[in-house]
Ligand binder design. Structure first.
Ligand SMILES: [Zn+2]
Length: 413
């Protein structure tokens, strides 16, 4: 595959979100001085010298100058990114929203938004000389890391929630060199996993700390900007578990504003499952994030009761940017999933429908301007989910009976 890039990367190094310390662009899990999260810094003047027309290519590496990988030989792709931004006229009319769009991430190679962050994670693993990567997952991230790890010829240790949907499990078992199922929830494993990652020569590709991984998800915002005719939307609605997609999109919109490409930064809207909504609760109550034990939710990808430091970052973005947040119960998520399928023909998974379900609540509360340009993320395809059997009675192929069914269907409203 050929890569075209006007400059390999404008990344200059890392900075600490806690103490402000700066570090070179190396592999570090957190700040050696204060253990806060690190973020990648970019030369904004170098980026401002570019124009949108300078971006080339039909994968995520189209945005290579905005991503933290220095050597194009480490770029890796299964064809991720450039997902459709689809206008939703029928659903918009139902909700009373005149400019509603869906960024449908189900067309990524493993069917989810995770492929964006996986591409930069695996590229970074190669750039920093690792032969093995690991991830803790409720299914989607595990599938994605397993697939891209195989593509790069790396060893993959995928720790997966034992209740993950079977289609995801089959996908991981097929691609991963090591698939390890664990009992309990994400919150039960993450502390042990974090300690092990500090000991072992394994690239940590989990969502809670990995600095380089999150950068890949910025591309969802660059694409949205280009697909809207080089404009930022008024609202950007994203799912929040640990907060990676949400924070990355906000960072990207801020970069586009800082370099003079975009005229504004959208109002960010965080969507969570009601079963795992510590950020929605904190924003509503005005207090800190209170980690909570969580039960099962059909929106598997949002099942995080303690989003830790990235959750605090997401909450800060919401508070400082006067953002909005809403949660949705499992029945509300399934209702949004069915509504999207029936009105617009898009089959997104339950996790992917949390933003739409949350948006419907905000519309009911009249929290949004109905004339605004609203982009809602559907983070996954519905084809990887597991569902109860469809209830329909099978019939004999009798011509008269079938004719009657068709006539009745045509006559119905
Ligand atoms: Zn620090």
């Amino acid at each position: 595959m050929q890569w075209y890039t006007p400059v390999p990367t404008a990344a200059t190094g890392l900075s600490c979100r806690g103490c402000g310390g700066t570090y070179p662009r190396t592999y570090m899990l957190d700040c050696p001085a204060c253990h806060s999260l690190l973020q990648v810094e970019y030369d904004l003047e170098a980026l401002a010298a570019l124009r949108p027309g300078d971006l080339r290519g039909d994968t995520l590496w189209r945005y290579a100058p905005f991503l933290p990988i220095g050597d194009p030989r480490h770029f890796i792709s299964l064809g991720e990114g450039l997902t459709p931004l689809l206008r939703l006229p029928r659903l918009g009319q139902r909700l009373g929203l005149r400019h509603l769009y869906l960024k449908f991430e189900g067309t990524n190679p493993t069917g989810t938004v995770k492929d964006r962050s996986t591409a930069t994670a695996i590229a970074a693993a190669q750039e920093f000389g690792f032969n093995a990567v690991a991830v803790v997952s409720t299914g989607n991230a595990g599938s994605s890391i397993a697939a891209y790890g195989a593509r790069a010829g790396l060893k993959t240790f995928v720790f997966c929630y034992a209740r993950a949907a079977q289609p995801k499990m089959h996908h991981m078992a097929a691609c991963a060199s090591h698939l390890i199922l664990y009992r309990g929830g994400y919150d039960d494993l993450i502390r042990i996993y974090d300690r092990l990652m500090e000991e072992m020569p394994i690239f940590e590709a989990g969502a809670s700390r990995s600095t380089y991984k999150m950068e890949g998800k910025k591309t969802i915002a660059y694409e949205t900007f280009e697909q809207l005719g080089n404009q930022a939307p008024d609202y950007f609605v994203a799912p929040v578990a640990v907060g990676e997609t949400f924070i990355a999109a906000w960072r990207a919109f801020n970069e586009l504003f800082a370099i003079g490409w975009a005229g504004k930064v959208p109002t960010m809207v965080a969507a969570q499952s009601s079963e795992a909504n510590p950020i929605v609760e904190a924003l509503r109550d005005g207090g800190p994030i209170r980690p909570r034990p969580i039960g099962y939710t059909i929106a598997e990808g949002t099942a995080v009761g303690n989003p830790e430091r990235k959750g605090e970052w997401a909450l800060q973005i919401l508070r400082e940017g006067k953002g909005l947040a809403a949660d949705a119960s499992d029945p509300e998520v399934l209702e949004a999933q069915a509504l999207l399928a029936r009105t617009e023909g898009m089959w997104a998974g339950p996790t992917g429908c949390v933003p739409l379900a949350a948006l419907r609540k905000l519309v009911t509360q009249q929290a949004l301007d109905p004339d605004a340009v609203i982009v809602c993320v559907a983070s996954e395809s519905g084809l990887k989910g597991e569902y109860a059997p469809v209830e329909r009675e099978a019939i004999e192929p009798d011509e008269a009976h079938l004719r009657a069914i068709l006539r009745e269907g045509l006559a119905a409203g």
